[in-house]
Design a protein around this ligand. Structure first.
Ligand SMILES: NC(=O)c1ccc[n+]([C@@H]2O[C@H](COP(=O)([O-])OP(=O)(O)OC[C@H]3O[C@@H](n4cnc5c(N)ncnc54)[C@H](OP(=O)(O)O)[C@@H]3O)[C@@H](O)[C@H]2O)c1
Length: 323
């Protein structure tokens, strides 16, 4: 059976020029010929930064464009064997200069694992931590959950507190505002993960004017282009993108397909980098938060945050290529 690692190695070879015919017509220029040096390159090339940064409109603060999610990947409880690779996932992340990590109290043990690993490596001051008011009703339940998040994350402040999936939105957002006024939270936001919710989310963005909106966006889920992105530009709201890989499903969709010939022109040598660069080629996107439990995939994802993004022609070509 072909593993994801085998597949990425194949994709990397493809990027060096070995199987690139299908989308050559979409290239801005002819693809360069494969060189022996490139062909002999190890499958895992080092990350060469620095990561690009974009501004949060409400504060002017710049944050790195590649962040990280924790759903699934950090839901490991106290299992040492599962925590070990996450230490390296975190190390590679901060070593690259990345900082934005998104979690939630309802991602089972993710806040606990993240809090322990961040504390153990003394990384709190280098991170922008985002969590959520999630699945709670009423202000007291929200307040209790926030207190628990601080305890589990082993911190006294949260950089971004988001109301999760439009549940009890007005009450929880009022609480988030109060916590911001008290200095326990720096920024506040709203999240969702499905195109069907964009209209309601847009209404709440207009009414509540959060600092951030977190929304799904990928090469196969482009609804945000019509509603959320234009509104975020108009209102000056930062955009965090979740599910750029459709929870990993996009890798199955491109399995066995060669990378487009033009990938090398934008410095991408994997499908992951192309999918993330697709998201970041929307200038309104402030940060994208792919989730991974594997150091190798973390390095791969970070490489999408440097150099040029896709132009309009390459964006359309990628949509066709992923299918
Ligand atoms: N409503 C909400 O607010 C909401 C909803 C959904 C998600 N989120 C946030 O957004 C984050 C990201 O979304 P997501 O977790 O649904 O999924 P995602 O980032 O679209 O995909 C994660 C999957 O992709 C795989 N992957 C990551 N990097 C890879 C690479 N370079 N090559 C191959 N496979 C790779 C991961 O597997 P490996 O572990 O094997 O690398 C994992 O299975 C979440 O973790 C969460 O923080 C928020």
């Amino acid at each position: 059976m072909t593993t994801r690692r085998d597949f990425l190695s194949t994709a990397s070879l493809a990027a060096t020029g070995f199987a690139l015919a299908p989308l050559a017509a979409c290239s801005q220029e002819s693809p360069p010929p494969a060189s022996n040096a490139a062909a002999a390159a190890p499958a895992e090339t080092p990350f060469v930064g620095p990561l690009l940064k974009r501004k949060i409109p409400s504060t002017g603060e710049s944050i790195p464009v590649i962040g990280m999610g924790t759903s699934g990947s950090f839901e490991v409880g106290r299992d040492e064997a599962a925590r070990a690779p996450l230490r390296e996932v975190l190390k590679r992340f901060v070593d690259a200069g990345a900082s934005v990590i998104d979690t939630a109290p309802t991602y089972s043990s993710a806040e606990d694992a993240l809090g322990d690993l961040v504390t153990e490596a003394k990384l709190r001051d280098r991170l922008f931590l985002a969590t959520k008011l999630s699945g709670v009703s009423g202000i007291e339940e929200g307040r209790r959950q926030f207190g628990e998040s601080l305890r589990r994350l082993r911190t006294d402040r949260i950089d971004l507190l988001q109301v999760h999936n439009l549940r009890d939105t007005r009450v929880q957002f009022a609480l988030a505002r109060e916590l911001k006024q008290q200095g326990k939270v720096r920024l506040i936001g709203l999240t969702h993960y499905r195109d069907e919710a964009h209209a309601e989310l847009a209404d709440e963005m207009r009414a509540l004017k959060p600092d951030f909106v977190q929304i799904n966006y990928s090469v196969v889920s482009r609804g945000a282009e019509r509603t959320i992105f234009p509104l975020a530009r108009e209102l000056g709201i930062a955009v965090m993108v979740n599910r750029a890989f459709e929870d990993g499903r996009l890798f199955a969709q491109v399995k066995g397909k060669p990378l487009p010939a033009w990938a090398i022109e934008i410095g991408a040598d994997s499908w992951a980098q192309l999918l993330l660069k697709f998201v970041l080629s929307e200038a309104t996107v402030t940060v994208v938060i792919p989730a991974t439990s594997k150091p190798r995939n973390q390095s791969d994802n970070l490489k999408a945050g440097v150099g040029v993004m896709l132009d309009a022609k390459q964006r359309e070509a990628l949509v066709v290529a992923v299918g």
